[in-house]
Design a protein around this ligand. Structure first.
Ligand SMILES: C[S@@+](CC[C@H](N)C(=O)[O-])C[C@H]1O[C@@H](n2cnc3c(N)ncnc32)[C@H](O)[C@@H]1O
Length: 225
């Protein structure tokens, strides 16, 4: 049976569904966090309804991965960072429609947002799934999987934290492994992987096309902190 509630507003009584109220509350809670309205670092205890490990996705696009993972794991708190407002708004609309209460979204370059808005050693998992490969040599400086950002991921992950990487681009995958080589065994333990429990929109598309997909996981080793 549909849940109904009587609301006393000014001089009249409104009957509205509980679901309607929950959606309105979620919109107010701001799934999409406007960066200039939040202090650095983000006050995580205030922006989420309950405490929980922080799971970060970089470049969430249409958001299939973060939404399915968050729905299965209400005990975790999810943050997505996406450079384009179009995809941020697209995913925000679906998070609200699906009433997922443990996702917050930020729009900007992940390397800058991560550096400014997160405390060191505060994140349990970082997911970099199908990052833009920037195949042309002159554009490689834009790649997210390169030494300075790998060190930034290490700095922001907890000890024993996990960095998950997936791509369909073999050359980028091989280059990324080379970037990880100097810190393997020092900062990270690199673990080969062959599957991923939750899929991104790109993964769904590429699997249908039968494209090979390359995965790896790097767990942070406790060093000097
Ligand atoms: C190839 S798409 C993959 C989208 C999604 N991860 C998927 O697999 O369906 C890469 C996404 O990462 C975003 N992106 C690229 N570089 C980024 C950066 N430096 N910071 C945040 N988002 C970024 C792009 O806007 C795009 O949405």
């Amino acid at each position: 049976m549909r849940e109904l509630l009587l609301l006393y507003t000014s001089n009249c009584i409104d009957i509205v569904s509980i679901k309607h109220i929950r959606l309105a509350e979620m919109t107010l809670q701001e799934v999409f966090l406007e960066k200039n309205q939040y202090p650095k670092p983000l006050p995580l205890a205030d922006i989420f309804q309950q405490p929980g490990e922080i799971i970060l996705e970089i470049g969430f696009g249409k958001g299939h991965f973060i939404r399915t993972y968050a729905m299965d794991h209400p005990e975790y708190n999810f943050i997505g960072i996406e450079r384009f407002i179009k995809w941020t708004r697209h995913t925000e609309a679906r998070v609200i429609k699906q009433e997922i209460s443990n996702i917050r979204l930020l729009c900007g370059l992940a390397q800058e947002v991560l550096k400014d808005y997160f405390l060191d050693h505060s994140i349990a998992q970082i997911h970099v799934l199908f990052p833009d490969p920037w195949p042309k040599r002159k554009h490689r400086k834009h790649r997210i999987l390169q030494k300075p950002y790998i060190e930034l991921f290490y700095q922001k992950l907890k000890p024993g934290g996990q960095l998950h990487i997936t791509t369909d681009h073999k050359a980028y995958f091989e280059d990324a492994m080379k970037e990880f080589a100097p810190c393997a065994g020092k900062l990270f333990q690199v673990i080969p992987k062959t599957d991923y429990p939750y899929k991104t929109n790109y993964q769904i598309k590429y699997e249908k096309e039968g494209r090979p997909i390359y995965y790896f996981q790097a767990n942070t080793l406790k060093t000097d902190f």
